[in-house]
Design a protein around this ligand. Structure first.
Ligand SMILES: NC(=O)C1=CN([C@@H]2O[C@H](COP(=O)(O)OP(=O)(O)OC[C@H]3O[C@@H](n4cnc5c(N)ncnc54)[C@H](O)[C@@H]3O)[C@@H](O)[C@H]2O)C=CC1
Ligand SMILES: O=C(CO)COP(=O)(O)O
Length: 346
């Protein structure tokens, strides 16, 4: 009897997408009994110094735009065609800035094998004013997948992970079998994974901590110091938990003690892009989109957009007052409220 090996596709190739491609490429080589050797990675094609980025990646085995200085394994193949990337895949890893997921799902409709095992590394939420959905659920629904989509999230600043500095991450997955397979795909001695049965909690933590990171950055920009930042982290954690409990069933308190919870809050409020750009916003008063372009070289912020989306949703449900930190971040970024609003109404 021949056992069918897993063919893995990665959708996304930014800063985290590239760091994760390194891990996946290496683990696929380490487990030839489980995975097929080539790993296709969809790259949103762009010009890099006069050449297509996919060509540069495939020739140099490096993504010099989004993860410079890190060698990608030879089996990772950059592919500009989204549909071709997913062709014949039995496992798909979604790792995109959340603002692009809708477009990608539109393009993939009817083109993905419904029995594919998928996992979302996206930190964001799909919000319509009256409704909040997880991207794992949205991907599963839009692509008619038969298995629930898992989630991976943790205290994982991409550049540090790519340099193999020890950290932890959390996979939320309701199937023990799929959890084992995803563990095999992602775990390394420097990227330690805990698989838990609360995918909803894992994903919510990853999305909402970005709003708290914006508050931390504003606080840094004002020079408020470490005590204030610790207070914002604690209050932010409580609002994340309240949001999860108010709008989703079954989220477990212990999830907030995993890497995806408190650990990610700490790292993101210390070293993340949302924090950094929010600090610059507080110091310069320049618009966020201008700072994003100036400071991130094509990488994308998630926290400011999530703050707006969460605000729309909370406004619809007349619950902004129950989330004073989330509300303050929205008002400072989008309504020109004074910067110290982030501590004034807590
Ligand atoms: N960078 C990090 O340290 C970490 C990021 N994450 C999360 O992973 C997700 C992906 O983040 P990154 O890989 O860092 O992305 P990124 O922030 O580096 O974003 C750039 C990516 O967006 C792509 N892009 C630009 N325009 C596009 C379009 N119209 N359609 C599709 N793609 C387009 C670019 O080609 C590039 O691959 C986000 O939700 C982020 O919060 C999670 C953990 C760590
Ligand atoms: O999610 C992250 C670390 O776990 C990265 O956060 P930023 O997007 O703010 O850099």
């Amino acid at each position: 009897m021949t056992i069918q090996k897993e063919r893995v596709g990665i959708i996304g190739s930014g800063n985290w997408g590239s760091a994760v491609a390194k891990i996946i490429g290496e683990n696929v080589q380490k487990h030839p009994e489980t995975f097929e050797y080539p790993v296709r990675q969809w790259v949103f094609e762009e010009d890099y110094k006069g050449q297509p980025l996919t060509k540069v990646i495939n020739e140099s085995h490096e993504n010099p735009k989004y993860l410079p200085g890190i060698r990608l394994p030879n089996n990772v193949q950059a592919e500009p065609d989204l549909i071709k990337t997913c062709e014949d895949c039995t496992m798909l890893v979604f790792v995109l800035p959340h603002q692009f997921v809708r477009g990608v799902c539109d393009d993939l409709q009817g083109k993905v094998n419904p029995s594919v095992k998928a996992i979302s590394l996206i930190k964001g939420l799909e919000i319509k004013p009256d409704q909040v959905t997880l991207f794992s659920q949205e991907i599963g629904r839009r692509l008619h997948l038969t298995h629930p989509v898992a989630a991976l999230s943790g205290a994982n600043i991409a550049d540090e992970v790519a340099k193999e500095r020890f950290c932890e991450s959390t996979i939320g997955c309701t199937s023990a079998q799929a959890g084992e397979l995803f563990h095999r795909l992602f775990a390394t001695p420097y990227f330690r994974i805990n698989v838990i049965g609360d995918p909803v909690g894992v994903e919510l933590c990853g999305a909402l901590k970005n709003v708290v990171a914006v508050a931390a950055g504003i606080s840094d920009g004002l020079g408020y110091g470490d005590n204030t930042k610790a207070a914002l982290i604690r209050i932010g954690l409580m609002e994340m938990r309240k949001f999860a409990k108010s709008f989703f069933g079954g989220v477990e308190d212990v999830t907030f003690f995993e890497s995806c919870g408190v650990a990610d809050l700490i790292t993101t409020c210390a070293g993340g892009r949302n924090r950094r750009v929010a600090e610059a916003f507080a110091k310069t008063g320049k618009p966020i989109d201008v700072l994003e372009k100036e400071m991130l070289n094509g990488q994308k912020l998630q926290g400011t957009l999530t703050a707006m989306e969460v605000h729309q949703f909370l406004t619809h449900h007349q619950m902004t007052k129950a989330f004073p930190l989330f509300d303050a971040v929205y008002r400072v970024i989008y309504e020109k409220a004074p910067l110290d609003t982030i501590v004034r109404n807590l």
